[in-house]
Each structure stands twice: as structure tokens, then as C-alpha cells.
Ligand binder design. Structure first.
Ligand code: GTP
Ligand code: MG
Ligand code: ZN
Length: 379
């Protein structure tokens, strides 16, 4: 457990930070410049890691003046070019942000639709849950529209869509496996798989325990070769505990033991944590979220499969719906009231779970914004 004073991070080589793993080309550096990775974002300043150790950076004037949208600013996980020499305010000048290979982005809380960048250049999004919170997601066979349970189970499709949309691979991590029997754990996994329908085949599910250490090898392996794994999920599921176990030190604060351990919001900032070792690899710890509504606008990232955007993210998170939607009469079918809708027809024929469609429709409604940038009213 942490004593409240995190130790200094050791200097990492760029490769340990994932440099050789990045998808973008190396920039042309001028003399006096270096490449760094953003570890922590503060108001107007950034904690940077590179092979010189660490540094504090701030945007240089030209970059600040040119920045128009939240996407133009560096975020945790970004690769930036900075001056080696600090300015008079003892901060290095950040002169550019390198193209992102992925971007996890959510709609910030509040009535207006604003993007909040969660992590850049993450290869994997680990959606962390527990048997307790995933369990209440298990829909009964005859369940109607999804109910709000508060657990990540209910919102797991939201996380998967955000990951796919942003070009990251989602993995579900069921932590606190030590709190249930093997049979109960298996029931949790089975319920998750049923719930995820055709997407289950694309999303590995790992059992971990930050307490007894099980599954940590598999989780750590996701970052092998310099990959970046962002952890997200509700408060209290053990994201920070897992990061500390993987880093082998109390790098980020963890909630003191409590009977339920839920809803404490111990982590208040996003932080990139190198896990060291010859292979390197980094994890991004994030504050617990009540909700992760995927950003539905442009993200400006692409991956090997082509463009990553909200539409392709939804199609990957709901492949059986996307497949059937190609046969709807209208190209812009909402799969609600239209005639000749292949999706509602599949539900009527018992080929597609009604629960799957209602979850999809709820997510689409959550992601919808009208052209004034405000949330459109729910269907
Ligand atoms: N039994 C058990 N307890 C765990 C495990 N992982 C974490 N905990 C406990 O759960 C509580 C919450 O852990 P944190 O790591 O702070 O959770 P978090 O997901 O980072 O929470 P936020 O920072 O609020 O989002 C702490 O009391 C941990 O000791 C686990 O695998 N098993
Ligand atoms: Mg935490
Ligand atoms: Zn349709």
C-alpha cells in the first residue's frame, strides 16, 4: 500500500517507453530538441518522460496560438517534441505533438458535448471490472431494456466501443478474482460472454487479483514489447492496485482497505507508468468513471484496418447488428420503427437477443449529439 509519497520514477529509455512500438514515423528533430512522452497532464503543464529522465513541459507560444480544439493539446500517452533546454520558467517548450496511433476519448460529463481525451497511443484498453460489478450486468434471458445498475457490466459495451472507435484493442479484466469461488468466477465470465454476443469472440477476458497476484503475468504480457495498456472502469475495482503490482512499487495511490471499496475515487489524475524490464511497456492509470460515453466526433486516428471512428467502433462492438443492418431497406435505418428492418426482424425471429439491440440503441442514443453540440433528447 502507498505511504502517500510516490517514489521517483526511474529514467526510462525511449524504447522502454514504447518508442519502437509506436505506429507513427520518427520526426525530424532540430538540434536542441528531443522526443518525450507525456506521463501526467496538469493545467498548462505536462510531466514528461524520456531518456534524459523526466522534465516539465509547456506548450510553446506558436503551438498554443495554433491550438483550436482539445485534440490539438497533448494528452497522457502522447509523444511530443520538446526543447532540451528549459525556458526561463524552468519548463521545456513543447513544439509539436506527434500523430497518434490511437486515441481514447469520451464525452466529458455535463450537458454540453465536449471531448475529453483519456489516453493517446494506447494499444490496449483494459476495461477493469470485478465479479461483483460484472455480475449484476448479467441479463436474464427474457430481460427487456437494460436497467442502470451502475456496474461496469452494464456499460461494458460503451467501453468496448470507445476502444474500437479510437483504434485500441479492448480486453476485459475481471479483477478481485480472489473474492469469489472458481465456479462463481466462471459464472461471471459466462454472463459477460452471453451479454457481449458476437463481440465476445474478439474480446479476451482475463481473471486477475491484485491481492494474490493471479493473472498479473497475462495482464503484464499485454504491454510486452513496449506496448501501452490503458486501464479504465469504475472506481474501486482495483485499477491502481494492478498498476502498482505490475510496476513492482507503489507508484500511484490506492484506496485504503474498506468493506466494499466502491465509489471512493482515489485516483484523481491520469498517469502513464512505465513497468520497466528489458521489454518495457507502459500502463495508464485513470480515475474511476461512472460512465464512459464514447466520443462520436472525429478522432483523427487510423489503424492497420483503416479508419477508426465511432461508426466503425460501434460496428466492431456489435458485429452481429452491423452485419444484419446491411440488409435493412433504408441505409440510415435506426432499427426501431422502419419497415423491412433486418435487425428487428432478427430479434423477432429469435436470432438476435432483444437485450443486445436495446443495449445498442441506448448506446447510440447516448452518443448522439445535435449540431449545436448539445445532447439530443433520448429516443
Ligand atoms: N480483494 C481484493 N481487493 C482488491 C484487489 N484489487 C484492489 N483491491 C482493493 O480495492 C480497493 C480499491 O482499489 P484501487 O486500486 O484504489 O481501485 P481503483 O480502481 O484504482 O479506484 P479509483 O482510483 O477510485 O478509480 C483497495 O482497497 C484495494 O486494496 C483485488 O484483486 N482483490
Ligand atoms: Mg485508482
Ligand atoms: Zn434496420
Amino acid at each position: 500500500m502507498t505511504d502517500g509519497s510516490p517514489p521517483e520514477l526511474p529514467a526510462s529509455s525511449l524504447d522502454q517507453l514504447g518508442w519502437q512500438h509506436r505506429a507513427v514515423r520518427a520526426p525530424q528533430l532540430l538540434s536542441g530538441q528531443t522526443v518525450s512522452r507525456v506521463a501526467v497532464e496538469h493545467r498548462g503543464a505536462y510531466e514528461l518522460l524520456d531518456d534524459t529522465g523526466d522534465a516539465i513541459g509547456a506548450l510553446d507560444g506558436a503551438m498554443r496560438r495554433a491550438a483550436r480544439t482539445p485534440f490539438d493539446y497533448p494528452t497522457v500517452g502522447d509523444w511530443v517534441v520538446r526543447t532540451l533546454e528549459a525556458r526561463h520558467d524552468r519548463r521545456a517548450a513543447i513544439t509539436s505533438v506527434l500523430d497518434r496511433s490511437s486515441l481514447l476519448c469520451r464525452r466529458a460529463a455535463g450537458p454540453h458535448a465536449r471531448p475529453q481525451l483519456v489516453a493517446a497511443n494506447a494499444d490496449v484498453l483494459a476495461v477493469v471490472t470485478t465479479p461483483a460489478s460484472a455480475g449484476d450486468a448479467a441479463p436474464a434471458e427474457t430481460a427487456g431494456p437494460a436497467t442502470t445498475s451502475g456496474g461496469v457490466g452494464h456499460r461494458i459495451e460503451w467501453y468496448l466501443t470507445a476502444a474500437f472507435s479510437g483504434g485500441a484493442r479492448p480486453v476485459i479484466v475481471v479483477n478481485k478474482a480472489d473474492t469469489v469461488s472458481g465456479a462463481e468466477y466462471q459464472a461471471t465470465v459466462d454472463a459477460l460472454r452471453r451479454r457481449l454476443g458476437a463481440a465476445a469472440a474478439e474480446v479476451p477476458i482475463l481473471a486477475t487479483s491484485a491481492l494474490d497476484g493471479r493473472g498479473l503475468d497475462s495482464l503484464g504480457a499485454l504491454a510486452e514489447g513496449g506496448a501501452t495498456v490503458a486501464l479504465s472502469g469504475p472506481s474501486g475495482v482495483g485499477k491502481s492496485s494492478l498498476v502498482n503490482r505490475l510496476a513492482g512499487a507503489d507508484v500511484v495511490p490506492v484506496a485504503p482497505l474498506s468493506p466494499d471499496g466502491r465509489g471512493r475515487h482515489t485516483t484523481v489524475r491520469r498517469q502513464l507508468v512505465p513497468v520497466g524490464g528489458p521489454d518495457g511497456g507502459t500502463f495508464v492509470d485513470t480515475p474511476g468513471l461512472q460512465d464512459l460515453i464514447p466520443w462520436s466526433g472525429e478522432l483523427g486516428v487510423g489503424n492497420q484496418a483503416g479508419r477508426s471512428d465511432a461508426a466503425s467502433g460501434l460496428a466492431q462492438a456489435f458485429p452481429e447488428i452491423a452485419e444484419r443492418a446491411r440488409h435493412c431497406r433504408f441505409a440510415d435505418c435506426t432499427h426501431t420503427v422502419e419497415p423491412d428492418c433486418a435487425v428487428t426482424a432478427a430479434v423477432a425471429a429469435g436470432e438476435l437477443a432483444a437485450q443486445r439491440l436495446s443495449t445498442y440503441l441506448e448506446l447510440v442514443s447516448d452518443m448522439a449529439v445535435d449540431r449545436f453540440g448539445e445532447r439530443s433528447s433520448p429516443r
